[in-house]
Design a protein around this ligand. Sequence first.
Ligand code: XMP
Length: 510
Amino acid sequence: MKRVLVLDFGGQYNLLVARRVRECGVYCEIKPYRISMDDIRAFDPAAIIFTGGPATVFEPNAPRLDPAIFELGLPILGICYGEQLMIHQLGGACRKATVREYGKTKLTHDGTSALFAGIEPTSVFWMSHGVEVERLSPGFRAVAATDGCAYAAIEDSARRFYGVQFHPEVLHSVHGTEVLKNFLYRICGLTPEWTMASYVNEAIAECRAKVGDGRVLLALSGGVDSAVAAALLYRAVGDKLTCIFVDHGLLRKNEGDEVERAMRDTLGMQIVRVDAAERFLSKLAGVTDPERKRKIIGEEFIRVFEAEAKKLGRVDFLAQGTIYPDVVESGVGGESVVIKSHHNVGGLPDHVDFKEIIEPLRRLFKDEVRQLGVELGLPETLVWRQPFPGPGLAIRVIGEITAEKLAILRDADAIFREEVAKAGLDRSVNQYFAVLTDLRSVGVMGDERTYDYTLALRAVETQDFMTADWSRLPYDLLDTVSRRIVGEVKHINRICYDITSKPPATVEWE
Ligand code: XMP
């Protein structure tokens, strides 16, 4: 399969570039711009994309490329910093922009470039730059401009070098995907052949080859990634895989049973389910500090997991549901280093005796993981599950955790989720849940005064969970949820809707 190399210069949209290329059905990987020419040749790309980045191209320490990259005879698309770098290194010049462009900007192309084939002459693209091309390198010409930028798109079609000052990967660029498709299909001659249906057999073969006769151990968390990793490995190596599902009693309503059913009944896999609810509850008794809660749960999880793993004897591989954004963000894949603030519970136990880690999803984006899950026959309810934090409901019961509070929250949260799904919003709202606050207030039910808990509802829309906007859920939906919860769940007499975005708030309350 032909593949594209995305060279990362540290820009904020770099993962998006790779995601969009994959969405066009072309496999690509992100590598740091420092990659050696030998490694580039070994990767054997069909085309190269340079991403944007925060550096100023004419400053002394700005990232540069080995000029040999321009002699490979491969098509290149430079985006933002990528465009500037290409021009800078090929004999042209850049300068501080006379007009700093930021945001949605009208662009007009001259109708002569394959990059804009089939795209209306004037449309909106996303700009974000303070540097611009001043003088083109020999062989290049301008093919599109905005009011503030004469070289919004440039090309040297003989060498198949293209540059865009805008960000085609950002959804605000109305025809951004078409520009990428034009580059990949028309200019590079690539065809969309990367789909999960075509990848599934390759992935199975890869796992089989790696595992051989070994035994694999995997911790199921109830989330999408570990479930898909388990389904894939099970297809590949069957009963050589053992899944341990530590039920810490902090899952949502019926969730533990659903996971077990999906694995056991739908896929036929045996899983070891450990009911550790009491153990976790007793460790958490009286604890109110959120970070202490996280720490206790993380440690306890590892203890329970280890104890179960020991019973299995020799294990060769520990499987993990690491996905591509984690790989890139940890600095291994690309240049953009994002410090992750959360690690999933189910993180690596130190003391289990195994030879190697196996991460069968480490090349996949989240949406690809979901598609793979569907290909592998996992139920849609599991595959489309919203993100759920490792410490579970423990960080959604504010203050001290008790079995009673967990039960109240579980019932209320289930109603909220049911109604969001009924309204058809369960895939467009990225995360939505209930929080049991520690606050009690006065209410009146029938003729009686009540003094009960206040429940908060939270729903957010986000691309990456680093920032998030509160979801404008319809009032009618909120009304139905509020009536149902107060009517059906004992000890809740007041409901609030959280209308803060992140930042300044976070998605979770704790
Ligand atoms: P915050 O609250 O930081 O959440 O805005 C961002 C995303 O991370 C999830 N989250 C966690 N996930 N362990 C996890 O595995 C945690 O301790 C944790 N805390 C927050 C949160 O649900 C949201 O999706």
